[in-house]
Design a protein around this ligand. Sequence first.
Ligand SMILES: [Zn+2]
Length: 510
Amino acid sequence: MHNTSINTDLTRRPNTSTYLAQLDKRAFLFGRAFVILALLLSALILQTAIASQTSQLDARNAKYQYRPIYHKVRSGEYLGKIASRYKTTITKLRHWNKLKPGSVLPAGRVIQVGVKRVTAAGKLSGSKRYYTVRKGDSLSSIARRHRISLATLRKWNGFKKGQVLPAGKRLVVGFTQSKKKAAPPIKKGTRWLAITSHTKVKLPLNYNPPKAQLLDFNNKYYNLRLFAESFRQGKAVYLELLPRNPLPTRSVAEHSGLSISFLGQSIPLTKTAYGYRAFLALPPNKKPGQYPLIIQGQVVGQNYRISHRIPIMDTKFPVSVWRQNVGAPGSKKNSKPPDPKIAALIKKSTIKKNQVFRLRTNDKIGSRLAHPRDLHKVTSQFYTIRKYVRYYYENKKRIYLKSFSRPHRGLDLRGRTGEPIYAMLDGTVAAAQRMFYEGNFTVIDHGNGIFTGYMHQSRLHVKEGESVLAGQMIGQSGSTGMSTGPHLHMSLWIRGVALDPLSILCLPVR
Ligand SMILES: [Zn+2]
């Protein structure tokens, strides 16, 4: 049908040579009249050209419009979650939706979560998407399938009402949003970096540890050096004590009965070629201030007891709000009997953890350290204060329970399922098994009450009792246990105090 109409058009076109011959005859006959006509015609063309140029400029100015993108709030969603889903900020969400800080987002409410760029003609900007018409298709079925209106489909393809749809025709059915040029993907991989002449650290290509801060104390008995990323809450401290001979006449002086205490605890010391070393914890929940580090010992018949003031400065830990619909008390959701299998796994996990964290073995730490991943991307900071806001519905009204806060005692690092996990320090595997909350969980004992823990792994590569080296692959990241998506939850404990695991990477351990 379509083809027939084109053929008809062709037959109507005049024969070119006859047409020109006719023109010549008329020009000769009408001479001057034709010249005037030509002048008028060219003036008209010029005017049209100017007009079209102006309209092109207008079109360029009004090329784009910005239209809102909307989102329907689901139960349990909160601003932070929505902001991260749509790659925007809480501030922008508040601004677009006129939300006051602390105001509640009711489920079902439609809010603006972004803007999309459309051309002034109402089309999405970007490259066209096509669909080839198949037998049995109708305009409305195509529109429905591509989630556009019938009117839009007609407009994009220049269709008139009642026009028949030819099979095999290519129709414009949408526009691919032109995205900003995506940032080049972060290069995965690791390298060993010498942070001092004796300490090497395995690091992802996109991460460098900060330089360690040093507190240096000297007296006639010893030189005491303390290193930390910073002397702040949640950081690990590396201590070296280099004994001195207080008497110039004696070449060798053995210090005996040496002991160090900090925050009411005795600090285990390791004897080395240069003296002694130890690790300390600056607890994340310790009130900022100055705390005494007391060193006692005996050398050539002299007893000494010296107190040094160690600062613990404030760390601004981030706060995040977690909203949870916990279901009405006595509702189906809350009256489910606990699964005995789960209860047994929780019990077994607790017993194992208690057994592991009580271990006090010899120092196993060498002069090599490692970041636990081959790519550095923090998805939840260490000690983020998670405020849990719990509620349930009663007669469609939201009833709030008392909220509570829990700190995040580890660091979440990006790790897709199957990506490598490395031991942060030398040590012995104290546990490598499935646990209820932690999923596939590896705990490495580094001696002197220092442990690292690696949670939610998809695969475990080491067994309990095995010796591991810093930088050795011990497993693969995943989302096992209580986890909302693949990542590595990394923990560091120094004698029961949870610390920022990455704070050890700048320490000049030897
Ligand atoms: Zn975590």
